[in-house]
Design a protein around this ligand. Structure first.
Ligand SMILES: [Zn+2]
Length: 335
């Protein structure tokens, strides 16, 4: 275990060759931390605490990077990993403050890094650590665990070409996996939030859905009057759906334990409005996630995300997109 404050970038090659147990906490020189040593120390304590509380498998985690510029740090790692530079997606809960990345194809080559903003790190080192800051770190640690444990049980994902917007089966598979992954991570993190935090997230859920729904409907109208082309309209739809499903994954994890699927969908969709057509989708989504979450990864069937993947079509239909896929080509009708 190493703690360093550095201006130099720790690169992917160093992470790939770092032996198990060699985790570095790196406070980048861009980070606004008055006391970097204390920040690193608090982070390390938190990692150990969470790991022992939940029996997390964090072997692939080799680096926690604290940065003053999350977007830039994330882009630079995405480039190093050959991923499209999606940057940091806008989370409804506010500006993104943490990000994890995992790669590797087996137990030995599996690697993860976590990137945190300086604000989050400082809030953990404060005299009274902020609950949402702790929950953010727990969320990212839980991602590392989920990626690794799931990889061991179900197989690690092979490196793939960037997502093609005409590859409907892969769009569904990707969105389904993101949804699960966010659910798994937030299921652990929610235990560290205060009741007030949970309430404020819950208030935001229906507003977020209504916002995405309305924005996509407006884009459909722009398309009909010839202001937007179909490729950019579809691209926007896929991006928004991916963010929305990720959001619902997190939101589903924060539902009270005793809530049934009907209550859950009422709560996430909110009062009947234009977005009411989402209720059956959300109901099934919550059901699918809870079913998966109730089992160990080793008990999952061959196509665990099949049910979740099947929800992407009714979701895009809810905003007026009707995709048909013939095994080669995707055709999208817009209404
Ligand atoms: Zn996440």
């Amino acid at each position: 275990m190493e703690i360093e404050r550095t201006a130099r970038e720790i690169d992917k090659a160093q992470i790939d060759t770092a032996p198990p147990g060699a985790m570095t906490i790196s406070i980048h020189s861009s980070a606004r931390c008055p006391d970097p040593a204390a920040v690193a120390e608090s982070l390390l304590c938190l990692v150990h605490r969470v790991q022992s509380e939940h029996d997390l498998l964090l072997i692939p985690l080799r680096l926690i990077l604290v940065t003053g510029n999350l977007g830039e740090a994330v882009s630079s790692w995405q480039r190093a990993l050959g991923l499209p530079e999606a940057g940091v997606s806008k989370q409804t809960e506010g500006v993104a403050v943490g990000k994890h990345m995992s790669w590797g194809t087996d137990r030995e080559s599996a690697r993860s890094v976590i990137i945190l903003t300086d604000g989050i790190a400082a809030a953990i080192a404060a005299n009274e650590p902020l609950a949402v800051a702790i929950a953010t770190v727990v969320h990212e640690l839980a991602h590392v665990h989920d990626d690794f444990a799931r990889g061991l049980a179900c197989g690690f994902p092979l490196p793939q070409a960037p997502l093609h917007l005409g590859d409907w089966p892969r769009i569904c598979a990707c969105v389904a996996e993101i949804t699960w992954s966010e659910y798994a991570a937030e299921s652990l993190a929610m235990g560290y939030l205060t009741p007030e935090d949970l309430e404020s997230f819950a208030r935001n859920d229906p507003a977020y859905l209504a916002g995405v729904h309305t924005r996509l409907r407006q884009l459909v109208i722009s398309y009909k009057v010839g202001q937007v082309g179909l490729p950019s309209l579809w691209s926007r739809c896929v991006t928004d759906m991916s963010d929305l499903f990720a959001h619902f994954g997190r939101a589903a994890a924060r539902l009270p334990y005793d809530q049934n699927e009907d209550e859950a969908s009422d709560r996430l969709v909110g009062p009947i409005g234009e977005a009411a057509c989402w209720k059956p989708v959300i109901k099934r989504l919550v059901h699918e996630l809870q079913e998966l979450g109730a089992k160990n990864y080793t008990e999952w069937g061959a196509e665990p995300f099949c049910g979740l993947g099947g929800l992407i079509a009714p979701a895009v239909e809810a905003v007026g997109f009707f995709p048909t896929y013939n095994g080669n080509n995707l055709h999208v009708k817009v209404r």
